[in-house]
Design a protein around this ligand. Structure first.
Ligand code: PEP
Ligand code: MG
Length: 324
């Protein structure tokens, strides 16, 4: 079985009826690149930059960050690399920043909310990314965006730093795509408006599920509500993908759900363009997609969003995929 999967390393990710999608990997450090290669991922759909900031006593410098981003971009040889700007707060703390304790950290001052309020920290990361951009196919993504104003403010900082670097004579890639993670329901609900200003979406289901169901992703006693296949979530995902396509943009997913065997048929049917998952899941997903017809999965997805609960959805998934 393993040898059989290994044959798919250099193959495209294509459905039985010839529709191609991108299967990408999530990484946390440049050390993860080996697994990305050996598992045939076509890009990096989520580079979580938190690790650069963790396990140390002070902020990483611009140059330290530049070196890390450059290594990943060079190693990927022109394949897409989506780098997420710092997402701390919530469950991820940085002791040296002395951030105040919060009553509800997951609803608190995390991710882009924190970096917008610490512009020097944010600008340093953006400069490192911009400088690294000339070494590959960089795309920049902001986490935990709730409003269009947050996106505009983050993008404005990026453009200011870009203009400064250009004035300083630095070479910057021209057409860097700038997108958002959709992990807060508000962003999914107004995805049609976001789609006019962003270059892409990446759906972060790990958080989107917890915020949609109001169920802490770390709390065992409410884990029964953590339901990736629930029609409420599928409808939000559909809104995001449809909104992206209407504006000629692409929509990906970088939450755990993207590599979930029971979710892949639904996501293919909903029209997801890019699936980003742990590298070790890529070949299995490639094989699964090669055995599915997109047109059938579109009918599955249409039926699934009319279901009342996850059990109904999962029964449908089984019915549609058992026919193979
Ligand atoms: C997500 O929320 O789905 C996601 C990919 O981000 P993280 O798991 O790092 O919060
Ligand atoms: Mg998240």
């Amino acid at each position: 079985e393993k040898a059989e999967l290994q044959k798919l390393v250099d193959e495209p990710s294509e459905s039985m009826d010839g529709i191609t999608v991108e299967l990408a990997a999530n990484i946390g450090t440049p050390d993860d690149l080996e697994g990305v290669k050996s598992n045939g991922a076509e890009g990096i759909g989520l580079y979580r930059t938190e690790f650069l900031y963790m396990g140390r006593n002070e902020l990483p410098t611009e140059d330290e960050q530049y070196e890390a981003y450059k290594k990943v971009l060079k190693d990927m040889e022109g394949k897409p690399v989506v780098v997420r700007t710092l997402d701390v707060g919530g469950d991820k703390e940085l002791p040296y920043l002395d951030l105040p304790k919060e009553m509800n950290p997951f609803l608190g001052h995390r991710a882009v909310r924190m970096t917008l309020d610490n512009p020097e920290l944010f600008r340093t990361q953006l400069r490192a990314l911009l400088r690294a951009s000339q070494h590959g196919n960089l795309k920049i993504m902001f986490p935990m965006i709730a409003t269009i104003d947050e996106f505009n403010r983050a993008k404005a900082l990026l453009i200011e730093e870009k203009d400064k670097l250009v004035d300083e004579g630095e070479k910057i890639k021209e057409d860097i795509e700038v997108g958002i993670m959709v992990e807060i329901p508000s962003a999914a609900v107004i995805a049609d408006q976001f789609a006019k200003v962003v270059d892409f979406f990446s759906i972060g289901t790990n958080d989107l599920i917890q915020y949609t169901m109001a169920a802490d992703r770390m709390n065992e006693s409410v884990s029964y509500l953590y339901q990736p296949h629930h029609p409420a979530l599928l409808r939000l995902i559909k809104m995001v993908i449809d909104a992206a396509h209407k504006e000629g943009k692409w929509a990906g997913m970088c939450g755990e759900m993207a590599g979930d065997e029971q979710a892949v048929p639904l996501l293919l049917g909903l029209g997801l363009d890019e699936f980003s998952m742990s590298a070790s899941s890529v070949l299995k997903a490639r094989k699964q997609i090669s055995q599915l017809k997109k047109t059938d999965m579109e009918r599955l997805a249409a039926a699934a969003i009319e279901c009342k609960d996850s059990e109904e959805v999962l029964a449908l998934v089984e019915e549609y995929t058992d026919r193979i």
